[in-house]
Design a protein around this ligand. Structure first.
Ligand code: SAM
Length: 261
């Protein structure tokens, strides 16, 4: 290849690939923190807190578009710390093998490593292989900052509905619409000028961060997304803990929930 991998000894090649990926993964976390001032951590905490995993006993969970396992780790910690639950499990699913590898490495430093509590799987949220993810399997399906990147939201929701047990919960954390005009003005200024600038300075990658902002604006507003969730066969609204959706920071992010009927 143009990197001359063929001439590099096997061990050196492995560490070269590892170094390259380490820099990508560390940038990913840095950019998450930089663009949101670390607020994504609080949103993720609120998301998992609202689900109270383990409250009704051990759960089988799937965290789709799970990346490096931010949500999975919070689910397992919450269940253990609050209910001494070491049986709840999370299957982390992502389309990107490198993100999963970074997640696997990260979990190596935790007590969940080498236990049935966590596993990593490469798959597309829109088409999860049914041999690996059978119908009516999970108590909880989570997707955080991931559904926006998928080409078909209905396809993702259909798969979520298929793999959940009847009575199981679908929970989505995603960037959404800001309803307050003043906050929206400030947020627009920030998104269209500062985020691409941070992308250039910190990651040397303006386009990806411009895409990030545009994809947020294209995502359906709260009521429309709630309607799509209902159309996929979930109950939302009064019968679901927390209602159809909960805005975070005036709608910059939003949590949608549904229960499989
Ligand atoms: N959930 C993690 C978090 O909150 O930190 C990761 C979010 S990251 C912004 C979005 C993730 O979605 C990436 O890891 C990406 O690989 C994954 N992704 C994008 N399209 C996907 C698809 N069709 N199926 C599964 N994962 C997908």
């Amino acid at each position: 290849t143009s990197f001359g991998f063929k001439t590099v000894p096997e061990e050196a090649k492995e560490s070269l690939v590892k170094d390259v990926f380490d820099s990508v993964a560390s940038k990913y976390d840095l950019m998450n923190d930089a663009t949101s001032f670390g607020i994504h951590r609080l949103w993720k905490d609120a998301f998992v807190l609202g689900l109270r995993p383990g409250r009704k006993g051990p759960m089988r969970c799937v965290d789709v578009a799970g990346g490096t396992g931010d949500i999975a780790l919070r689910i397992l910690d919450y269940a253990r710390e609050n209910y001494a639950d070491r049986e709840t499990s999370v299957e982390v699913v992502d389309i990107n093998g490198q993100m999963l590898k970074a997640g696997f490495r990260r979990f190596k430093k935790t007590m969940y490593h080498n236990t049935p509590q966590v596993s990593f799987h490469e798959a597309n949220a829109q088409d999860m292989p049914s041999e690996q993810f059978p119908d009516n399997t999970y108590d909880l399906y989570t997707i955080a900052f991931g559904i926006r990147n998928c080409t078909s939201i209905p396809a993702v929701l259909k798969e979520a509905h298929r793999v959940l047990k009847p009575g199981g919960t679908f929970a989505c954390l995603e960037f959404s619409r800001v309803n307050n005009p003043l906050l929206n003005l400030m947020y627009d200024q920030y998104s269209f000028s500062i985020i691409p600038l941070l992308g250039t300075i910190l990651a040397g990658d303006r386009e990806s961060y411009q895409y990030l902002v545009e994809s947020i604006r294209k995502f359906p507003p709260q009521p429309e997304f709630a309607e799509m969730i209902r159309e996929a066969g979930f109950a939302t609204g009064a019968d679901v803990d927390g209602g159809a959706w909960t805005d975070l920071w005036g709608g910059i992010a939003c949590i949608h929930k549904g229960v499989k009927l």
